[in-house]
Design a protein around this ligand. Structure first.
Ligand code: NDP
Length: 254
């Protein structure tokens, strides 16, 4: 018995063309699944595909802006047209606008909520009938430490990431009868393009994260590979509605 065997399965990973999404794509690909990475930046996708192909993965890219319902639907439809099914969905695409609540425009609020939360709702809704038809599936939604904690500059981001946890729980209860497991992953501070921006904005962030994290370092995208393999595979068949921190202990330290 190989609990992590994903041969014959197909995984769609939004924002899989870089950062955490690519780390998760690598984890799922290492178990044998075919990979579709989705995003807007084709150049970044070419580099990501090269890395996936280098490890022997069957991987391709579909252009999609996941803030748009029609593009979420097209992403799943194109995946099914190519592979016949879509068994694993990782809702990873995300963004941040770091501003005090009083300075955040309505447009910025909607941009963050649309990218981080509504996109996950729309892609999950599009994937649901496909997974039902296949007899089950796995959905993995990416939250954050700000699913748990507040920060002065995080009104929109924390709202979206808190929403990811509650949406995962709601969908887990709704779709358990369809053998679809829905879980959230809460990354700690991971070295990606997103947090390079944060480190430019916040002086001392590099050091303060290292000090606050019991494991004493920033995460790297490949730290997300194991949890992705677990939640995508039959190893997690009785795990649903959870929110798993992958944070070097950040969330449990005083
Ligand atoms: P990156 O900026 O490296 O990756 C974000 C990805 O999302 C990009 O690949 C981008 O692709 C994609 N994306 C953004 N907007 C859209 C859109 N409208 N349509 C399609 N794709 C989109 O950041 P991370 O890897 O750090 O972030 C990945 C996820 O992890 C996010 O949800 C983030 O909130 C979360 N997270 C990150 C943490 C960290 O420390 N890095 C900590 C906790 C959570 P493209 O540009 O091609 O559209």
């Amino acid at each position: 018995m190989n609990l992590f065997d994903l041969k014959g399965k197909v995984a769609v990973i939004t924002g899989g063309n870089g950062g955490i999404g690519l780390g998760m794509a690598r984890g799922i690909a290492s178990c044998g699944a075919s990979i579709i990475i989705a995003g807007r930046d084709e150049q970044k996708a070419a580099t990501a595909l090269a890395a996936l192909h280098e490890m022997g993965a069957n991987a391709s890219f579909i252009v999609a802006d996941v803030t748009k319902k029609a593009e979420c639907e097209a992403l799943i439809a194109q995946t099914v047209a190519k592979h016949g099914h879509a068994d694993i969905l990782v809702n990873n695409a995300g963004t941040s606008v770091r501003k005090m609540p009083q300075d955040l425009s309505e447009e910025e609020w909607h941009h963050v909520l649309d990218t981080n939360l509504t996109s996950a709702f729309l892609c999950s809704q599009a994937a649901y009938p496909v997974m039902v038809k296949a007899g089950g599936g796995k959905m993995i939604n990416i939250g954050s430490m700000m699913s748990l904690l507040g920060a002065p500059f995080g009104a929109a981001y924390a709202s979206s990431k808190g929403g990811i946890v509650q949406m995962s729980r709601a969908m887990a209860t709704a779709w358990a009868k369809d053998n679809i497991q829905v879980n959230a992953v809460l990354p700690g501070w991971i070295d990606t393009e997103l947090t390079k921006g944060a480190r430019r904005q916040v002086q001392g962030l590099q050091d303060s994260v290292e000090k606050r994290t019991p494991q004493g370092r920033w995460g790297v995208p490949d730290d997300m590979a194991g949890v992705a393999a677990f939640l995508a595979s039959s190893a997690s068949d009785f795990v649903t509605g959870t929110a798993i921190p992958v944070d070097g202990g950040f969330s449990i330290a005083m």
